[in-house]
Design a protein around this ligand. Structure first.
Ligand SMILES: C[S@@+](CC[C@H](N)C(=O)[O-])C[C@H]1O[C@@H](n2cnc3c(N)ncnc32)[C@H](O)[C@@H]1O
Length: 289
C-alpha cells in the first residue's frame, strides 16, 4: 500500500525558537550521557538514524527511485552507503539485484538484523568507500551514495569531520567511478542549495510527529553552518513518549559546485541534478561513467 508522502520539513530561522521544548535527556554523538541530572536515555546514532528515516522518506521515494533506475536501464545496484538498509532492503524486496556495503560496524549490524527478519538475500560487505574496488569483486550498473552520506565520509561514528575530508571525498568518488560498469551511474545526494548563505542560522526543521512502534515521536533539526571552518552541524531533538534526546553531529559543508567539480575530476562525464519524488530533504545528482 502506498503511504502518504512525508511532508516537506517546515523550515524556520532561529528568531522564534521558544516553541522548541528543551530536551530532558542529552546524549552526545559518542553516546555518553552529557547531563547527569537529566533523564538518562540510551539511544545510539544507529537507532536515531533508523527513526529519522521514518520521518524523512517513505514508499513514494522508493517507487520513484525504482522507476528512475529502470528508466536508466540499470540491472545491478550497489548501495555503497547502505546504513541500516534504506533503501537497499526495499529495493531487494522489489526484486532488484542489489548489494550492500558500509564502513560502520554498528550500521552494518543493524542492517544484518533487518535483513535476517526480512528473508531477502542481499550480498553485503563491510567496506570503506576508499577500498571498494579492492573489497568487492564485482562491478555495478549503479552505485548509490544517498541520505546525505558523502559529507560524512569517515566521520559518521565520530561526530565531526575527518581530517582531510575533501581529499577523502575525492578518493571515494574515484572508487565509485572504479566500481561502475562502463556507462554506469552514480546517484549521490547532498544538502539543498537553499540551506546556504542564509541571513540567519540556525535553521529549524520541524519534521513533525509520528507514532512508531507504538511510541509517540517528534523530531526537530537545528542546522548551523560555519563558513570559515566549512562545517555543518546538526542538532537532532527527538522526543520519544515525552522524553527528549539530543544528538549533535557535524560534517563537511560541501557546496554543489564543489561536488560537480570533484565528480568531473573523478572522470564522470555528465552531471545532472534530478528530481526524485519523495526526496524532500536533499538535492540529488546523477552522474555517468
Ligand atoms: C547518513 S547515513 C545514510 C545511510 C543510508 N544511505 C540512508 O539513507 O539511510 C551515512 C552512512 O554513510 C556511511 N559512511 C560514511 N563514510 C563512509 C565510508 N568512508 N565508507 C563507507 N561508508 C561510509 C556511514 O557509515 C553511514 O551508514
Amino acid at each position: 500500500m502506498r503511504q502518504k508522502s512525508p511532508e516537506k520539513p517546515k523550515t524556520r530561522i532561529a528568531a522564534d525558537r521558544t516553541d522548541i521544548q528543551k530536551p530532558r535527556a542529552f546524549l552526545n554523538c559518542r553516546g555518553t550521557a552529557g547531563n547527569d541530572h537529566l533523564l538518562k536515555a540510551e539511544l545510539s546514532l544507529t537507532e536515531l538514524w533508523n527513526i529519522s528515516i521514518k520521518f524523512l522518506w517513505n514508499d513514494e521515494f522508493v517507487s520513484s527511485l525504482d522507476r528512475s533506475l529502470r528508466a536508466h536501464g540499470v540491472k545491478t545496484v550497489l548501495d555503497a552507503a547502505g546504513g541500516t538498509g534504506f533503501p537497499c532492503l526495499e529495493l531487494g524486496k522489489l526484486g532488484w539485484n542489489v548489494s550492500y556495503s558500509d564502513a560502520s560496524e554498528a550500521m552494518f549490524g543493524s542492517f544484518k538484523n533487518r535483513i535476517a527478519e526480512s528473508g531477502v538475500q542481499i550480498p553485503c560487505y563491510l567496506s570503506n568507500w576508499l577500498e571498494l574496488t579492492k573489497r568487492i569483486p564485482k562491478k555495478f550498473d549503479a552505485v548509490l551514495c544517498r541520505g546525505n552520506s558523502l559529507i560524512y565520509v569517515d566521520s559518521w561514528d565520530g561526530g565531526k569531520p575527518a581530517v582531510g575530508t575533501k581529499d577523502r571525498i575525492r578518493k571515494a568518488l574515484a572508487e565509485f567511478y572504479g566500481i561502475l560498469n562502463p556507462g554506469g551511474l552514480l546517484y549521490v545526494d547532498i544538502i539543498n542549495e537553499s540551506e546556504f548563505d542564509r541571513a540567519n542560522y540556525p535553521i529549524i526543521e520541524d519534521m513533525g510527529e509520528k507514532t512508531i512502534d507504538g511510541k509517540r515521536m517528534k523530531l526537530t533539526w537545528e542546522v548551523v553552518h560555519d563558513y570559515e571552518k566549512k562545517v555543518r552541524t546538526v542538532t537532532s531533538h527527538l522526543s520519544i513518549d515525552g522524553s527528549w534526546h539530543e544528538y549533535v553531529y557535524s560534517s563537511y559543508l560541501l557546496r554543489h559546485n564543489e561536488l560537480v567539480d570533484m565528480l568531473k575530476e573523478a572522470g564522470f562525464r555528465r552531471v545532472e541534478k534530478t528530481e526524485i519524488e519523495g526526496e524532500n530533504s536533499y538535492s540529488v545528482f546523477i552522474t555517468y561513467k
